[in-house]
Design a protein around this ligand. Sequence first.
Ligand code: SF4
Ligand code: ZN
Ligand code: ZN
Length: 292
Amino acid sequence: MQCSNCEEEAIIRVGWKGKNYCVNHYKRYFLAQVSKVLHKYDIRGKVAVALSGGKDSATCVESLTHFDRVDVEAFHINLGIEDFSEESLQKSREICKKQNVDLHEIDLEEKYGRNISEITKEESGKACGTCGTVKRYLMNRFAHENGFDYVATGHNLSDEISSTFNNLANVYLTPFRGLEPVLEEKEKYNMVSRIKPLYWVKDSECQVYADTNDIEYFQKECPLSKGSPTNELKKWLHDLDEKRPKSLRNFAKSFNRIEDRMETSDDELKTCDKCGYPTATEVCRFCRIMKN
Ligand code: SF4
Ligand code: ZN
Ligand code: ZN
């Protein structure tokens, strides 16, 4: 297979473009997808990337370092999940050293007195839900307290569309807010803007980019993971996208338009009585989980 843009051997076919790319032209394509998010939403300033050490967050850090308009730093949350957390912290340190990016470390147990292993022993079967709440809270709080303009996460097109289908399958429509690549800040509620620079690239495309750009990442599965319910949906969506290569992107465009047309209101938002960060109840879920 030859690159559609030069004489080199192609390493990937990007179906929706109908093109094959060599390493160099693929890098250009991939960074153009990231650039599309940065330009469309006029993103510039200080960005804090939530780095777990996995493929997508490591790729997110590396890809943002190619753009002068953003000043990239990373932060890692040590969740205290046995060896898994220790290894993912070590890998995050290696990634940042190699990329020459500052890394901030937040140790959940050290700072708040409890770790995810302990918390989830009390709430059996709810590890990922609880852990997700803790991570989202700490991301926002870290960025807010340290003067960042944005928090970036490594969510890609495959993650976004499969989780939206999963929400639809459960008649859970609230997350239609925040489906776009950028969720605007809400200063009044101490909420920093959240961005997803990898929004327009699929799982497999991130994988190829990471592998061909010498990006190191951590591959171990979390011992508390019960297998994501979206994995089956991802497989189904990827099969469909193979046959009809614009499917995933068109789903994303349609979901974005639906979100634009949904009436949004901040009526249900308040600030937490204990910590001052956004919540829909008097005391936020993080404070309740951590027994603040
Ligand atoms: Fe947290 Fe679940 Fe991810 Fe483990 S798999 S790090 S418990 S969200
Ligand atoms: Zn080429
Ligand atoms: Zn709180």
